[in-house]
Write a protein that binds this ligand. Structure first.
Ligand code: NAD
Ligand code: LMR
Length: 338
C-alpha cells in the first residue's frame, strides 16, 4: 500500500477515486530516489508535465513529506508516495516510465567511479524490482557512474529474462544542456537556438562534445574548441567544487532529466522525430554501450544514430573516450556476473 492515506485519496472527494485509478489520460511515471537533491525538483517538474497522469514517488527516507508537498500542486497528475524497500513493488507496478536518481553524489576530490561501491548495489536492487513489477517500462537511469550503472541494469534485466535494450537509457542530457549553454555563451547566441551532440559516456574524457556538428552550423578557433571541450567534460566537477561538499548538480540535472523524460513520453505517445542523446546499447562502436543521438518512439530508443563525420580533434577524443568506457562497462557487467 502507498504510505498513509493521502487526503487526495480520501473517500469524501468525488473525483479522487477515478483519477487515482488512472482514469485521466497520460502516462504513469515512478521516480526512485524522489526525496533527494535531484529527486525533489524532478518530482515537482514531472507533476507539472501534462503527459503524466500518475506520479509515484519512492525513496528510503522522507517520501511522505515530499509526496504531501507535491500533491498540493493544482496540476493533473495524481501523486502517491512509497517509503522503503517493502513498498518498492507497489511503487513500480503498472509504470510506463521509471526515472532513477537514487544513490550517493560526489564530494570534491571524488570521481564518479568512486560512487560505484554504494550505487551499484542500489541500482541492482531497484532494477530487480523493475524486472519483477514493470518489465515493459522505459527506464531513465541517472545514478552515477552512468557508464557502469547502465551495464549493471542490463545484466539484471538479462538475468530476469526481461531485457529490452531499447528501453534502458542512461541519462546524458545534462552534458547536452551544458554544451548548449557554454557554446551559446561563446557564440553570443540564445542557448535555446543551439544544439550540440554529445557522445560517448558520462564521465570526464568519455564525455565527447561534437563541436563540428553544432546546429546552427558554426566554426570555432582551436582555443575555443579546447576551452569548450574541457568545460563540458568538467561541468559536473565545476558544480561539485562550487557546492564544496554539499553534493553535485541537482537543479540543472532535474531540468535535464525532465527534458529527457518528456522526450521519452512524447516518443511513447507516438510523436514523430523525437531525437535526443542517451547512453544505450549500441553497435556504433565496438563497445556494447555508447551515447549517441537516438530516435525515441513507442518502443523506446527505436533507432541509434551513427556518429557522423568527425574531425581529427574529435577522432583523438573518441579513442580516449573508448578506452575509459570499456573498463567502466566491464566493471558494471562483472559486478552482476560474479
Ligand atoms: P542525494 O543524496 O541528494 O539524493 C539521493 C536520494 O537517493 C536520497 O534521497 C536517498 O535517500 C535516495 N536513496 C538512497 N538509496 C536508495 C535506495 N536504495 N532506494 C531509493 N532511494 C535511495 O543525491 P543527488 O544529488 O540527488 O544525486 C543522485 C545521483 O545522481 C548520484 O549518484 C549522482 O552522482 C547522480 N547524478 C547523475 C547525473 C547525470 O547526469 N546522470 C547528474 C547529477 C547527479
Ligand atoms: C554531473 O555531471 O553533474 C553529475 O554526473 C554529477 C557529478 O558527480 O558530476
Amino acid at each position: 500500500h502507498p504510505i498513509k492515506p493521502q487526503m487526495a485519496e480520501h473517500p469524501i472527494l468525488r473525483q479522487a477515486d477515478c483519477r487515482a485509478k488512472g482514469g485521466a489520460p497520460g502516462f504513469k511515471v515512478a521516480i526512485l530516489g524522489a526525496a533527494g537533491g535531484i529527486g525533489q525538483p524532478l518530482a515537482m517538474l514531472m507533476k507539472m508535465n501534462p503527459l503524466v497522469s500518475v506520479l509515484h514517488l519512492y525513496d528510503v527516507v522522507n517520501a511522505p513529506g515530499v509526496t504531501a508537498d507535491i500533491s498540493h500542486m493544482d496540476t493533473g497528475a495524481v501523486v502517491r508516495g512509497f517509503l522503503g524497500q517493502p513498498q518498492l513493488e507497489n511503487a513500480l507496478t503498472g509504470m510506463d516510465l521509471v526515472i532513477i536518481p537514487a544513490g550517493v553524489p560526489r564530494k570534491p576530490g571524488m570521481t564518479r567511479d568512486d560512487l560505484f561501491k554504494i550505487n551499484a548495489g542500489i541500482v541492482k536492487t531497484l532494477c530487480e524490482g523493475i524486472a519483477k513489477c514493470c518489465p515493459n517500462a522505459v527506464v531513465n537511469l541517472i545514478s552515477n557512474p552512468v557508464n557502469s550503472t547502465v551495464p549493471i541494469a542490463a545484466e539484471v534485466f538479462k538475468k530476469a529474462g526481461t531485457y529490452d535494450p531499447k528501453k534502458l537509457l542512461g541519462v546524458t542530457m545534462l552534458d547536452v544542456v551544458r554544451a548548449n549553454t557554454f557554446v551559446a555563451e561563446v557564440l553570443g547566441l540564445d542557448p535555446r537556438e543551439v544544439n550540440v551532440p554529445v557522445v560517448g559516456g558520462h564521465a570526464g574524457v568519455t564525455i565527447l562534445p561534437l563541436l563540428s556538428q553544432v546546429k546552427p552550423p558554426c566554426s570555432f578557433t582551436p582555443d575555443e574548441i579546447e576551452y569548450l571541450t574541457k568545460r563540458i567534460q568538467d561541468g559536473g566537477t565545476e558544480v561539485v567544487q562550487a557546492k564544496a561538499g554539499a553534493g553535485s548538480a541537482t537543479l540543472s540535472m532535474a531540468y535535464a532529466a525532465v527534458k529527457f523524460a518528456d522526450a521519452c513520453l512524447r516518443g511513447l505517445r507516438g510523436d514523430a522525430g523525437i531525437v535526443e542523446c542517451a547512453f544505450v546499447a549500441s553497435q556504433v562502436t565496438e563497445l556494447p554501450f555508447f551515447a549517441t543521438k537516438v530516435r525515441l518512439g513507442r518502443a523506446g530508443a527505436e533507432e541509434v544514430y551513427q556518429l557522423g563525420p568527425l574531425n581529427e580533434y574529435e577522432r583523438v577524443g573518441l579513442e580516449k573516450a573508448k578506452e575509459e568506457l570499456e573498463a567502466s562497462i566491464q566493471k558494471g557487467v562483472s559486478f552482476i556476473r560474479k
